[in-house]
Structures are given as structure tokens and as C-alpha cells.
Design a protein around this ligand. Structure first.
Ligand SMILES: Cc1cc2nc3c(=O)[nH]c(=O)nc-3n(C[C@H](O)[C@H](O)[C@H](O)COP(=O)(O)O)c2cc1C
Length: 410
């Protein structure tokens, strides 16, 4: 079968020149929650490097959803900066997407400026503070914030938005029985747990109109006992198809409970703790140093790690689907595209090498050089996301990094 990789594909109103999308992967390049020169350069390099579309990661739709100090926050005053960013991505030859979300109970009090909110109350280890379960009027406001963020994305020249409804962030916290313990009309049955997502998506679709592609990143399963399983996640996908969403990105995992399910491999615990800013996150640093191995369990890496579950979604849905997770070689990408997934998304191969797609196209490489040491993830609490090969590793962390690399190469 001939390869579909470098053929164009459609998502709602837009056409993308090939089937590879840079997955949303938090860059840590937005000091003061606004776009920077570094963010522009990075995404322009990805565009020049051959991706069909690049997704700017994890912009919060409102202040209460912030968890990092270098995370984008959608507001009127950053539109000119975002416009510069999308112009530059377009000049580089790619379409531009922005991921929109809300961290919910994983928001950080220091950055979100209030007690974090969630589907239900509880304790937020990341802040650390108690979480306030959202009232209905607050949910209506946040749903409107999703719509407003889409409007701002459109004004900024983005071709697509990706709503984050997976990985245990706010929408996912409502969907999952693990975090949703509500006794009102938003809790209990799956139908009720989907209601907040529907509220937010109604605003998203209204503001998107016919001008911008709407994608939603969802879980194929949460990845732990007591979370959502495939059958419920397929119902969520069907609801989104019914609402007119143009493409679903099939992922999985729950950052507060099964973080490595999202990306697989081992987490370099000492590096993760070592890069946490002592002043702001001393309790988390101590906690991760002492209990990190228990809290963040390794999950063996394999290629296309959501593929089997994702095939069940392919069968149940007619809409375009993008598969993410371990699409790191030409062979695996071809397998996914030939199985009916319209697009593949990738994060780490492009963290490793922004030129990866051009190199695939030109036959220079057939697989990514990323070895899933996940050092790029360990850095994101404090500094920008980068591959260990492109930055200086703190000498005290080098040994651990080497150990991780070896383990992953076995
Ligand atoms: C450094 C890093 C940051 C990430 N940040 C995000 C994020 O902000 N939003 C998101 O949906 N997924 C995020 N992810 C997950 C990726 O989008 C992707 O789903 C996952 O890494 C699996 O794809 P891969 O095997 O191509 O890396 C991140 C992954 C990495 C490595």
C-alpha cells in the first residue's frame, strides 16, 4: 500500500498539506503567560521542519485554570503576540493550532490567584491546597471562557483549536468517576458527567462558526482502575461527533493518577525533583524525591501505544481521527494511516528534532532518535521543554539520565 503520510488531509474547514501534526506539548516558553520570541522561533522551526500543522500547547481559557508560570493564558492583550506567532508559522509552511484547556484541580494557587477549582472538592497536591467544587454559575462562566478563547484564537489567525478533554484536566475531571463525586445533575451517570463538556463545547462550536477547525483531545481510557474505560470514552467521542466536532485526537492517561500512561517510558524522578523551583515548589520537590517512584509508576514504552484501543473508536465513529502516542517511525505511522486514522500526532520525536518530518520525507531517517528517557518532561516544571541532546544537563543529574537512557534502550 502506498504511503499516505505526505498527502493532504482535511479537518473541517481546513486542509493540511500532510498527515503529521505536532501534538500539544507544553513548551514552558511563555513568561507572564504571554507568547514570546522563543515560542515563535520554536513553532516556526517546527513549521519549517515539515509538520502539516503545529499545536501551541496548553493555553488556559481563564486565569483560574493556570498551573505553570510559563503557561499561556488567553486574553485580549496577547492577541497581537499570537498573531505574530501564527503569521510566522504560516510563513514556515504549516497550519497553526492552539490547545485550549483548564487545569481544574491541578491549577496552582500561585498562578491562578485563587483556591483551585474542580468538578468536586478535595485536596490538590500540586498547590498544595483544598479544591473548591464548582458551582453551576461558575461552570457557566468557565464554559463561556472556552468560547471566548476560541474567538481570541480566531482573531489571532489560528487555523484550528484543540480542546483538552483528556489527561485529567478540568473537562476530564468532570468525565471521570475518579474525580467527579457530585450529587447534582453533573455527577453520577455518564450522561450527567458529560454535561459540563457539553456546556463548554456548545460555546466552542458557537464561537468557531465555520471559520476554524475544532479538534478535541480525549482519553481512550484513563489508565487506572476506577477511571474511565474504553466503552465510556467511546460514548464521549460519539457525543462530540454529534456536536459537530471536526476531529478527535485519541490519547489516554490521567496526570494526577497515571501520568506515564500518557506518554510511556520511565520518569527520571531525580531530574523532575531537581528541576522544581525550591522556593515555589519545595513541598512537591521533597514529596517527589521521597515518593516519586511510588506516585509516578513507569509504563513500558511501545510503538503506537493507544493503537489497539483507538481501533475501537475508528469502528464506532465516522469523523476524522488523529492518533497520538508512540508514532515514532515511518512504519508505525503508515500502519496508523492505513488503518483509517486520518492524521498522526507526535510530541517527543519533534522535541528531539524539529526537522524530523522533512528527514522522513527525504528518506534521511525512518525513525525518531528519541529514546523516551522523558527528560523533556522532567524539565517542564521549571524551564523550557527541550531534548537532553540539545541542552546542558546539570552534572548532578547526568548519571540518572544515563541510567534512564540505558533502561529505555533495552
Ligand atoms: C514535554 C511534554 C509536554 C507535554 N505537554 C502536553 C500538553 O501540554 N498537552 C497535552 O495534551 N499533552 C501534552 N503532552 C503529551 C503529548 O501531547 C503526547 O500525547 C504524548 O507525549 C505521546 O506522544 P509521543 O509519543 O509522540 O510523545 C506532553 C508531552 C511531552 C513529552
Amino acid at each position: 500500500m502506498s504511503s499516505l503520510i505526505f498527502t493532504p488531509g482535511k479537518i473541517g474547514p481546513i486542509e493540511i498539506k500532510n498527515r503529521i501534526i505536532r501534538a500539544s506539548a507544553y513548551e514552558g516558553m511563555c513568561e507572564n503567560h504571554e507568547p514570546s520570541e522563543q515560542l515563535k522561533e520554536y513553532h516556526t522551526a517546527l513549521a519549517r521542519g515539515g509538520v502539516g500543522m503545529t499545536s501551541v500547547a496548553y493555553a488556559s481559557v481563564c486565569k483560574s485554570g493556570l498551573s505553570f508560570h510559563r503557561q499561556l493564558w488567553m486574553r485580549e492583550e496577547i492577541v497581537p503576540g499570537l498573531k505574530e506567532l501564527t503569521d510566522s508559522i504560516h510563513e514556515g509552511g504549516a497550519k497553526a493550532c492552539i490547545q485550549l484547556g483548564h487545569c481544574g484541580n491541578m491549577s496552582h494557587r500561585r498562578y491562578c490567584g485563587q483556591r483551585p477549582v474542580g468538578a468536586s472538592g478535595g485536596f490538590n497536591l500540586y498547590s498544595p491546597t483544598f479544591v473548591h467544587g464548582l458551582r453551576k454559575d461558575e461552570m457557566i462562566q468557565i464554559a463561556k471562557d472556552y468560547g471566548n478563547a476560541v474567538r481570541l484564537a480566531k482573531e489571532s489567525g489560528f487555523d484550528a483549536v484543540e480542546i483538552h478533554a483528556g489527561h485529567g484536566y478540568l473537562i476530564s475531571q468532570f468525565l471521570s468517576p475518579y474525580t467527579n463525586h457530585r450529587k447534582d445533575e453533573f455527577g453520577g451517570s455518564l450522561e450527567n458527567r458529560m454535561k459540563f463538556m457539553e456546556m463548554a463545547m456548545t460555546e466552542v462550536m458557537k464561537n468557531a462558526g465555520n471559520d476554524i477547525a475544532v479538534m478535541v483531545k480525549i482519553n481512550t481510557r484513563d489508565g487506572f482502575k476506577g477511571g474511565m474505560e474504553v466503552d465510556e470514552c467511546i460514548e464521549v467521542a460519539k457525543k462530540l461527533e454529534e456536536m459537530g466536532v471536526h476531529c478527535l485526537v485519541l490519547s489516554g492517561g490521567f496526570v494526577s493518577r497515571a501520568p506515564m500512561y500518557v506518554m510511556r517510558g520511565a520518569m527520571p524522578i531525580r531530574s523532575l525533583a531537581g528541576y522544581m523551583p525550591w522556593k515555589q515548589l519545595w513541598w512537591l520537590r521533597i514529596g517527589v524525591s521521597l515518593f516519586g517512584k511510588l506516585l509516578i509508576k513507569d509504563q513500558p514504552y511501545k510503538e503506537a501505544f493507544f493503537y489497539e484501543d483507538a481501533l475501537k473508536f475508528r469502528k464506532a465513529l465516522k469523523m476524522p481521527l488523529a492518533l497520538v502516542g508512540g508514532l515514532h517511525s515511518r512504519e508505525t505511522i503508515d500502519m496508523a494511516l492505513n488503518s483509517g486514522f486520518e492524521f498522526v500526532e507526535m510530541a517527543r520525536p519533534l522535541v528531539h528534532d524539529t526537522e524530523f518530518v522533512n528527514k522522513l520525507r527525504d528518506g534521511i531517517v525512518n525513525e525518531s532518535g528519541c529514546r523516551h528517557a522523558n527528560y523533556c518532561v522532567a524539565r517542564i516544571y521549571n524551564i523550557d521543554m527541550q531534548c537532553h541532546e540539545h541542552c546542558k544537563v546539570a552534572p548532578r543529574l547526568q548519571k540518572e539520565l544515563d541510567r534512564n537512557m540505558k533502561r529505555n534502550e533495552k
